[in-house]
Write a protein that binds this ligand. Structure first.
Ligand code: SF4
Ligand code: NI
Ligand code: NI
Length: 734
């Protein structure tokens, strides 16, 4: 039981090292020095979730370290034989909590040690990303909800060489897992090995370099615990539920590569509290006896070529790998990868050549399933660095296929093509942009494979709504120039059809309970004029999703009697919500922020809040990290309302919803909007201008204040008076 002893010894070392660092920091910066990870409403997340302590300044860490010492078992001299199980787990927890304090102090001492955001700066040798901010946690956490990421592998140390590192990483990528990397082995790290092997690292490729020290393991656990609080509604301090939540829902494990020292052993013991086992390539005796769990906690001496398979087996993960008949790897982990200018073999669209994508319904007899035609030059006919015009035209046919589903299938092209390793896809419709990398071409990728991808994935994901699909890929200039205006005409007809739909004219709405796997009482109800608050689902998406999967998260709801037309309240909807929220919400309004607004699970793209002094409403998008006139940043707002409860005065909504006619219509509509971040205004500028015309105030967009006009209600009020904002003369909002 040498390792159990090592884990306890390692925890002692870690706690005492952090105590030293804490004392030095107190002397140097004083007790009031702010102590935090960047842009988060979850404080130091492991400490907050496990102990319920909100660390905001240096002095707050004292109580944490005191707890750490209490968790350390009585000092044991010399190897012990059968350690009491709880001792080792407690010691591991003490190590983790102390490490979080250590990493927070590092943010004070060396503010540039970690990068901000999702991207590594490989060119300048900066790869360590540190704590994920809330924007990243939300965006990525959702992938753990919807199953597009089954779990994560925390890789500690380094492989024997960069090739082995690359092999392990790509295998996990193919299986859609995230890799969280920390610690070094003999001066090198797994992340640096990947960079050396030419692999792109960063959140976008799911290969996340957290930090070069073992203490950075705490960022992985912090990510997991924030997901539990954000999506699972677990209360801070309820450590038993937090840990159980992770054990049951976050399929994670540790891969220890290289010699396991005492500090690593302490972290491995810590991770077992979360239900995360350690699989090592060296011979380490078991840290703990088996039997407290359905799987082993420590597995030793696993050969590198069996590492991924063994880990997945031990953690009991079900991984569905899609076989797509193309010569490159395929999966969501390759979605965020970029093809840089110098690596481009062929480029299409992106404003450089004409390009369009179109999915159209066709007659059964016109479609030969699986047929892919390339009309015009293919990869083999052009030199590296070439450009070609491109039109990707997909014809689908089937008894259940409807014109309404065309845009849904078409929108998939973006991520489905992007999933191919070495292919980059941006945009859609006539602004699509393709880059095919040299490495992909070397492996044999051709334009035909774009069609193969679409055919295979459409069948897999949408097989219930169509029977046959064929793809034509035009690169012939004359043909593409004929196709583009045809496609544009189709887009226009389609947009008009969807925008013409009204809530009044629709008897059936759709539920979405996808987020219940993380937020058990939340239910979205989606009408034509109120898209899902996460921005991912509109009414048509839900309708198609129901056709595809009749017992899935999107169920039709007969809206029934109208109880309040102005606020948007229907009997059928209320009845459904009451049941689907497990009796926790009995009624909500679609068009009001003031009176019983719809709930949010925390996935919302934006949050609106009443500004009483301005007699209006502000809204803030998730990507905006600055202060807002509500006195709260997005993260704080999300923490306040994201629990699936009705919170009058606040409502979560999608970006698109702002320019839908029914946006807070019960409270006066768009005319109430007095403040939004500039980046958000720019993003929806065109549609906002159109809506301004519709409400009879063509320059309305200029009346909405942004952070450039101020971030306090006083400043905004002054601005509103100056521009004569309509909210000031409307009836009182409250
Ligand atoms: Fe979650 Fe609502 Fe979006 Fe569905 S529509 S995924 S429940 S936020
Ligand atoms: Ni266990
Ligand atoms: Ni959600």
């Amino acid at each position: 039981r040498l390792v159990a002893f090592a884990a306890i010894q390692g925890a002692y070392n870690i706690v005492s090292k952090v105590e030293g660092a804490f004392k030095r920091a107190m002397d140097k910066y004083g007790p009031n020095q702010p102590l935090a990870f960047p842009n988060t409403a979850y404080y130091l997340p492991v400490i907050y979730s496990v102990l319920g302590i909100k660390v905001e300044k240096l002095a707050d860490a004292e109580a944490v370290l005191k707890q750490c010492k209490e968790l350390l078992p009585p000092h044991i001299k010399g190897p012990i034989h059968v350690p009491y199980l709880g001792h080792t787990l407690d010691a591991g927890m003490a190590a983790i909590l102390a490490e979080e304090v250590f990493e927070a102090i590092r943010y004070v001492e060396d503010p540039d040690f970690y990068l901000l955001g999702e991207d590594c700066d490989v060119e300048n040798g900066k790869i360590w990303l540190g704590a994920a901010d809330d924007t990243i946690m939300r965006k990525r956490g959702v992938e753990f909800v919807d199953g597009s990421a089954p779990g994560f592998a925390a890789i500690v140390g380094a492989a024997p060489n960069p090739e082995i590192a690359k092999m392990i990483a790509e295998d996990y990528q193919k299986k859609n897992l995230y890799i969280f990397m920390c610690a070094n082995q003999s001066g090198t790290t797994f992340a640096e090995q990947l960079v050396e092997a030419g692999v792109q690292v960063g959140w976008g490729t799911r290969l996340v370099p957290f930090g070069p020290d073992i203490s950075a393991a705490v960022f992985a656990l912090g990510f997991a615990n924030r997901a539990a609080m954000a999506f699972g509604g677990v209360k801070p301090g309820d450590y038993a539920t937090v840990l159980k939540y992770n054990k049951d829902r976050v399929f994670a494990f540790v891969n220890a590569l290289g010699e396991v020292n005492a500090e690593w052993a302490a972290n491995a013991a810590g991770a077992i509290n979360w239900g995360f086992p350690t699989i090592a390539d060296t011979d380490i005796p078991e840290i703990l006896p088996t039997g407290i769990c359905t799987y082993e906690h420590v597995v030793s001496s696993v050969p590198h070529d069996q590492m991924t398979a063994k880990s997945i087996e031990v953690r009991g993960l079900k991984v569905a790998v899609t076989e797509i008949p193309i010569p490159v790897s395929y999966g969501p982990a390759f979605e965020g990868e970029r093809v840089r200018k110098d690596d481009v073999y062929l480029e299409c669209g992106g404003g450089k050549t004409p390009c369009c994508e179109l999915v159209q319904i066709a007659d059964m007899s016109e479609v030969e399933d699986g047929r892919v035609e390339v009309i015009g030059p293919d990869i083999k006919d052009v030199k590296p660095g070439s450009r070609l015009p491109l039109a990707v035209v997909v014809q689908v046919a089937g008894r259940k296929m409807q014109e309404d589903y065309e845009p849904i299938l078409e929108r998939q092209i973006h991520h489905l093509v992007n999933y191919a390793q070495g292919i980059m896809h941006i945009g859609q419709r006539d602004i699509a942009w393709y880059r095919i990398g040299k490495q992909a071409v070397e492996k044999g990728f051709t334009l035909e494979h774009i069609g193969k991808i679409l055919h295979a994935k459409y069948h897999q994901d949408f097989g219930a709504i169509f029977d046959k699909c064929q793809v034509k890929i035009y690169t012939d200039e004359k043909k593409v120039n004929e196709m583009v205006p045809l496609a544009q005409k189709a887009y226009k007809t389609r947009d008009e059809r969807i925008e013409g739909m009204t809530d009044e004219g629709t008897e059936t709405y759709y539920s979405c309970t996808l987020c219940q796997s993380f937020a058990p009482t939340h239910v979205c109800v989606i009408s034509p004029e109120r898209t899902g608050l996460c921005g991912a689902y509109n009414w048509l998406d839900c309708k198609a999703s129901f056709e595809i999967n009749p017992t899935g998260p999107n169920q039709p709801i007969q809206k029934g009697d109208t109880l309040d037309a102005k606020l948007g309240n229907w009997k059928g909807v209320n009845d459904f919500v009451y049941k689907a929220s497990r009796q926790s919400v009995s009624s909500y309004n679609f068009y009001s922020i003031v009176y019983d607004p719809m709930t949010t699970c925390g996935c919302c793209e934006c949050i609106a809040a009443v500004l009483p002094m301005c007699n209006g409403v502000m809204t803030v998008n998730r990507d905006y990290t600055g202060m807002t006139p509500s006195g709260m940043k997005f993260t704080t707002l999300a923490g306040t309302i994201g629990g699936g409860n009705v919170t009058p005065g606040f409502v979560g909504h999608s970006k698109y919803n702002v320019t839908q006619r029914k946006f807070i219509a019960g409270d006066g509509g768009l005319k109430r909007l007095v403040w939004m971040p500039k980046m958000f205004k720019d993003e929806i500028r065109e549609r906002l201008m159109k809506r301004g015309e519709e409400i009879g105030i063509p320059n309305f967009i200029d009346m909405i204040a942004t952070e450039e006009n101020g971030t306090t209600e006083d400043e905004i009020y002054a601005f509103l008076e100056k521009v004569g904002h309509p909210a000031l003369t409307m009836e009182s909002i409250l």
